[in-house]
Design a protein around this ligand. Structure first.
Ligand code: OFO
Length: 163
């Protein structure tokens, strides 16, 4: 039903999506430590989204009768110093994930795996949103600058994220 090499790339993508969630939970750990519970919440919600992305790919593969197995997750980035550091790392990470999705899509196009090409359209759109959100978080924090009270309010706003 789907091309074997493409299926292999999708299995790897499951690992990357789970790793994204792992990474974002590490961001949340950092923000908790910095007394920014709103930012921590935002990334806990984001980690949940990443889990959903992984499960979406898993289901697609299983529905196509492909074998799915999991492998170890890579370690997370640590050593952040300022509240902006994880946000910048988050944008870079999403750009990396977008490139990975594009690589699978390009392979699927090359081998005429139309089912996967169609399936990945959702991820193409989603990655556009992920990068926009990551950039928006950086922009907001830059706007706030070093003002403690503005950061407090921004943290409150981040804490309102529902999905
Ligand atoms: Fe799954 O979108 Fe972020 O990584």
């Amino acid at each position: 039903m789907i091309n074997k090499e493409v299926a292999k790339m999708l299995v790897k993508q499951i690992n990357l999506e789970l790793h994204s969630g792992y990474l974002y939970m590490e961001f949340a750990n950092f923000y908790e430590e910095k007394n920014l519970p709103g930012f921590a919440h935002w990334y806990v919600v984001q980690a949940g989204e990443e889990y959903e992305h992984a499960m979406k790919i898993r289901k697609f593969l299983l529905d196509a009768n492909e074998k799915v197995t999991f492998s170890a997750l890579a370690d997370t980035d640590k050593g952040f110093k300022t509240p902006k550091d994880p946000l910048v790392a988050g944008l870079k990470h999403e750009q990396f994930i977008t490139a990975s999705i594009y690589a699978i899509l390009e392979k699927a196009i090359a081998v005429k795996d139309h089912l996967t090409v169609e399936f990945l359209q959702w991820f193409v759109k989603e990655q556009g949103e992920e990068e926009t959100n990551a950039q928006a978080n950086i922009d907001k924090l830059e706007m706030v600058g070093t003002s403690g009270s503005a950061l407090y309010l921004l943290d409150k706003e981040m804490g309102h994220r529902e999905d």
